[in-house]
Design a protein. Structure first.
Length: 304
């Protein structure tokens, strides 16, 4: 197990930012840590990287306990903090050499930095000051400082937030590339990010893990939660009729003739909707099972 969090709770004063959080990230996985703002993503990442201690619970990285093994763990983790804090007055190479030297590596710092400047596509900009770079290039510098010591584990806190669409694609490609030989935990509030990059997704909401699934299995979480059906009848549905239909699930009126039905359980309720129509002299003009994309999964699980 590359990262293991066991019953981690974090209190900020009275507030519980993390509530008994447990999960594991296996070696080689790229895991999306997905949740709305304030869910506790950054807090968890700061705990994994040893920047703040948990109030209770334990975290280990590559088998080393974060509480006791921190210096060694720092060498094995690359961390891109939220908002990518950098020194705008420093030159790219100067900054990366400074960061690399902190790890006291065996390989000469200059070589490490030259390599990572190539990997992250910074060659054309390498003589510039960080402050003069575009946001996309600054993010590359952030990734470069996380990767420069060739860590086995990467912790990336919202790596594409604030970038334009082209920059997003470029940064995602870099992460995918780096992820081929590393274990990656990446936080995001963007569903497409998980679709694009990750193997697994852990969804967190208000400090609690609400889903932990392989990306391909996340849709079954919603099936377990229920199904969403949009049905159009040939005439207006009275309040009384809508109430009757309510025995099948939660009814929401989209307009006079169109209803949205949210039903719990796995049984397909479409035949029941047809029977309902027949019994009440209604004709079903259309009946659609709403596709559940990750966006909807997220909304259902986080009430966001
Ligand atoms: P996310 O990264 O998912 O947006 P955070 O981990 O930053 O969430 O925050 C989780 C919750 O903890 C939020 O409600 C936030 O306001 C609170 N919080 C974060 N850092 C601190 C802090 N240093 N002091 C007090 N509250 C904090
Ligand atoms: Mg955050």
């Amino acid at each position: 197990m590359s990262i293991s969090a066991a019953a981690v709770t974090k209190l900020y004063g009275e507030q519980k930012a993390l509530d008994n959080v447990s999960f594991e990230v296996r070696t080689g996985e790229i895991v999306g840590f997905l949740g709305p703002n304030g869910a506790g993503k950054s807090t968890m990442m700061k705990i994994i990287t040893g920047y703040i201690p948990p109030s209770s619970g334990t975290v280990s990285v590559n088998g080393l306990d974060v509480e006791t093994g921190l210096p060694e763990i720092r060498r094995q983790i690359g961390y891109l903090p939220e908002n990518n804090p950098l020194y705008p007055e420093m030159y790219i190479r100067e900054y990366l050499e400074f960061v690399a030297s902190l790890y006291k590596p065996e390989t000469p710092v200059r070589d490490l930095v030259s390599r990572i400047i190539k990997v992250t596509g910074l060659v054309p900009e390498q003589k510039k000051k960080i402050g003069s770079l575009s946001k996309g290039y600054r993010q590359r510098v952030g990734l470069a400082q996380a990767l420069v010591h060739n860590p086995a584990v990467l912790i990336l806190d919202e790596p594409t937030t604030g970038l334009d669409p082209n920059q997003i694609v470029e940064i995602r490609n870099l992460i995918t590339e780096a992820g081929r030989e590393k274990t990656v935990l990446l936080s995001t509030h963007i569903m497409q990010e998980v679709e694009a990059i990750c193997d697994r997704v852990i969804i967190i909401d208000k400090g609690v893990i609400v889903a932990d699934e392989a990306k391909s299995d996340i849709y079954s979480v919603v099936k377990r939660k229920g199904q969403l059906i949009e049905v159009e009848f040939d005439r207006e549905i009275s309040g009384e009729l809508a109430e009757k239909l309510g025995s099948l699930g939660t009814v929401k009126k989209l307009n006079e003739k169109v209803l949205l039905l949210e039903a719990a359980g796995e049984q397909d309720i479409r035949p029941l909707v047809f029977s309902f129509a027949v019994n009440n002299n209604l004709t079903v003009l259309s009946l659609q099972k709403k596709e559940t994309n990750l966006e909807e999964v997220f909304r259902l699980l986080t009430n966001g």
